[in-house]
Design a protein around this ligand. Sequence first.
Ligand code: ATP
Length: 322
Amino acid sequence: MRRIAVLTSGGDAPGMNAAIRAVVRSADARGVDVYGVRKGYQGLIDGEVSHLSARSVSGILHLGGTVLGSARCDAFRTPEGRALAVKRLQLHKIEALVVIGGDGSFRGADALSVESDIAVVGIPGTIDNDISGCDFTLGFDTAVNTALDAIDRIRDTAASHQRAFFIEVMGRSSGWIALFSAIAGGATEVLLPEQPTDIEALQTRINDAFDMGKQYCLVVVAEGHELGGAFAVAAACGETITGNHRVTALGHIQRGGPPSMRDRMLAARLGDAAVTALLDGQNRVMVGEVDREVVRTPLERSWSVVDPMPQDLLDLMDRLAR
Ligand code: ATP
């Protein structure tokens, strides 16, 4: 294999740049040329493809977001759109594509590979951690650390005023950020998209917390919770909870910022592993870390299987929140 391309797709995540750098440097070390595609699949269809040298990816390792840009692209959902993308790759004599993104991006990559002779390898890059075949996705660790920084600050004011705080974190259909933020942030309760909520039980739990002598009460709510986020949950709890309460939605601050050590290490390993997989003749696989080992998972599994939230961590949350 002489020539490959790399793109980032879907929501940006800290560590994407470190992964781009790792792909380029690892390929360069093995005599493979890398082309960068700007703005995801849209840029591929539009022909925004240019050569990336080992030097051209200097100084991006520590940056959040993605220097290649990302975009949602409806045209790529159609065979006609993907045929245009394949033509662009063939024009540059590109034999394989590394896709850094989430499950939607992997669906698209899978379809492209089935319909052409372009090999594809995926690197899981999304703050949501909702991809099967890896312990953690790129960006998740940084996003949780950012949420924790905010939660620690909110705790200061919550404790000073003996208040309950409803804190909304990202996660439209996945509760991973919420669960990890809640455990590591010392929350009293966590509300996930994956679980129904008994509002009366929640009210009781908050009031019991104050009755037991807690000085504050933090409730972490995933944005995709069935009631519609932290403001809706707080409204549903109404005046029945002790003292006055406040609501904070952390929003997009969770998506940006420099990647953590864990995300940089993951990006380095997976970028390198993606190139190795292609040189080994692999196609339609995702590289991910499981128990500190790099493993290859069929791409189809990564987007078709939804791993359940880990019961041991749900139980841990329950035991520690008292
Ligand atoms: P995130 O988890 O951060 O949202 P994602 O990769 O799941 O990332 P999506 O917006 O779902 O983000 O997908 C990114 C792009 O992948 C879409 O804009 C579209 O171009 C392509 N894509 C998504 N689903 C499909 C599909 N079923 N078939 C072909 N292409 C798809």
